[in-house]
Design a binder for this molecule. Structure first.
Ligand code: PLP
Length: 487
């Protein structure tokens, strides 16, 4: 930064910063960087007026697909509308300008909000204690699995309980988190109804040929096929009989919140995806939040710090001898927690129930309409999402799910999730969410109908899509391997 500007900015009160004199000798810039690396001429920056800059960036922002501009039916991602009031609350200076190293006395407000949010999440999940530290769903899973390990260690069974059982329909992060935590991962198949095959699970719960026992079963309910695991109580029963814990991946909670509680289903540990269910813009790699809630017997193992009440004050306690330790710097992604708190309060109990009802209604309406074009992989009522299979369509036309997804971009729709779950050939996974209108859902159906017709009449237009986006079809493997991050 040029010296005069630095001086100007450092004047007390100028922009609220005052830079201390450095107490280490500062080397001259050419010594630091090497004379040969220094510019000899000023960079050729364009001289443009403010309006041109504004137009440039507004135009760029309009090229982007977002929930605020387009229908975004990305299965398993809950891309719903995030009410702007939550952003306003998170922007309040009392939240936005907090510093994590502030004295506890000065952050009583945010500690209270976090404590209350923990209580609300326990209520929604049917759990007893909660930590807000997870930074995403996947980190929530990792924390949950650390708790599983800590529990078995506490009971002297850590060496025997080394296996985590995961249904084949699970999100990829489930087996990845278990492996990352040092467990052996075993998959159990789904039955023809898309739900866990109980007899396969019963077998998996037995000791393996090395005498190793299951440490936990991870379930997602509704699962990633959009199906409610009707036998969840039985799943919990046989899991517990086998001495294992039941982990609940709460990423799909949008479909059941206020209606059913994982704690009542028999789950011992769960994570929430606050950014999905409780309304934080996500999908662009921004901060998420994956709080973990547990039944009372696992509370002593929760990560530190824990928010505790003491003499009418809230404080962060590290004095937890059985804790799995720290899992995040400071206290988690606190501003996502603020948004979730604002969302829960503004929706209220009835509002949250209505979310689940409308998410399920929209998904069933859309599934019913689309079933007239492409077969549904697991017919019957769904919860928040459903999976279509374009296997037969590909066989008839040579056109893949991939091509249809690309063509949808030309029609102004964000493409649904494709090729997931991997158990369904040519899968297309659609999650409309509760915030979409019937008109939008109908327009999406019409677009897919048109693409279906094009695929028979003019397949090349589908095969070479998209045509209206700033860049046409990319070789994605090449793009990932030979990443160019600048023009
Ligand atoms: C079912 C399920 N579990 C776990 C995750 C992981 O969550 P995150 O992306 O926040 O790590 C997702 C994400 O989409 C999911 O759909």
């Amino acid at each position: 930064m040029p010296e005069p500007l630095l001086k100007e900015l450092s004047k007390p009160g100028r922009v609220g910063i005052s830079l201390p004199e450095p107490d280490v000798p500062v080397k001259p810039i050419d010594e630091l960087l090497g004379r040969e690396n220094l510019r000899t001429e000023p960079p050729p920056l364009p001289e443009v007026d403010q309006l041109t800059v504004v137009r440039h960036f507004i135009r760029l922002s309009q090229l982007n697909y977002s929930v605020d501009t387009h229908f975004y039916p990305l299965g398993s991602c809950t891309m719903k509308y995030n009410p702007k009031v939550n952003e306003e609350v998170a922007k309040l200076p009392g939240f936005a300008f907090l510093h994590p190293l502030q004295d506890e006395e000065t952050v009583q407000g945010i500690l209270k909000l976090m404590k209350e949010l923990e209580r609300m999440l326990c209520e929604i999940g049917g759990m007893d204690a909660c930590t807000l530290q997870g930074a995403a769903g996947a980190q929530g899973e990792f924390i949950g699995l650390l708790l599983v390990r800590a529990w078995h260690r506490y009971r002297g069974e850590e060496d025997k309980r080394t296996r985590i059982i995961v249904p084949d329909s699970a999100h990829g992060t489930n087996p990845a988190s278990a492996a990352r935590c040092g467990f052996i991962v075993e998959s159990v198949p789904s039955g023809s109804d898309g739900c866990i095959d109980l007899s396969a699970l019963e077998k998996a719960l037995k000791p393996d040929r090395n005498g190793q026992l299951p440490a936990a079963v991870m379930v997602t309910n509704p699962n990633t096929l959009g199906k409610f695991e009707r036998e969840i109580v039985k799943v919990a029963e046989i899991t517990h009989e086998a001495g294992a814990l039941l982990y609940y991946d709460g990423a799909n909670l949008n479909a059941i919140m206020g209606k059913a509680k994982p704690g009542d289903m028999g789950c011992d540990i769960m994570h929430f995806n606050l950014h999905k269910t409780f309304s934080t813009p996500h999908g662009g790699g921004g901060p998420g939040s994956g709080p973990v809630a547990v039944k009372a017997f696992l509370e002593p193992f929760l990560p530190v710090p824990v928010i505790e009440e003491c003499d009418d004050k809230l404080r962060l306690s590290y004095d937890r001898p059985l804790s799995v330790g720290r899992v995040h710097s400071f206290y988690g992604n606190v501003l996502v927690a603020v948004r979730a708190y604002a969302y829960i309060l503004s929706m209220g109990t009835e509002g949250l129930e209505r979310v689940a009802e409308d998410a399920v209604l929209n998904a069933n309406y859309l599934m019913h309409k689309l079933a007239q074009i492409f077969p549904v992989a697991f017919p019957g009522l769904c919860k928040h999402e459903f999976v279509l299979s374009l296997r037969q369509f590909k066989h008839e036309t040579g056109i893949r799910t991939w091509d249809v997804a690309k063509r949808l971009l030309d029609y102004g729709f964000y493409a649904p999730t494709v090729y997931f779950p991997i158990t369904v050939e040519e899968a297309m996974m659609v999650e409309p969410t509760e915030t979409e209108t019937k008109e939008t859902l109908d327009a999406f159906v019409e677009a897919l109908k048109s693409i279906f017709e094009e695929s028979h009449e003019n397949p090349q237009i589908v095969r070479s899509a998209p045509h209206k986006t700033p860049v046409s079809r990319l070789d994605e493997a090449k793009a990932a391997r030979e990443l160019k991050v600048r023009w």
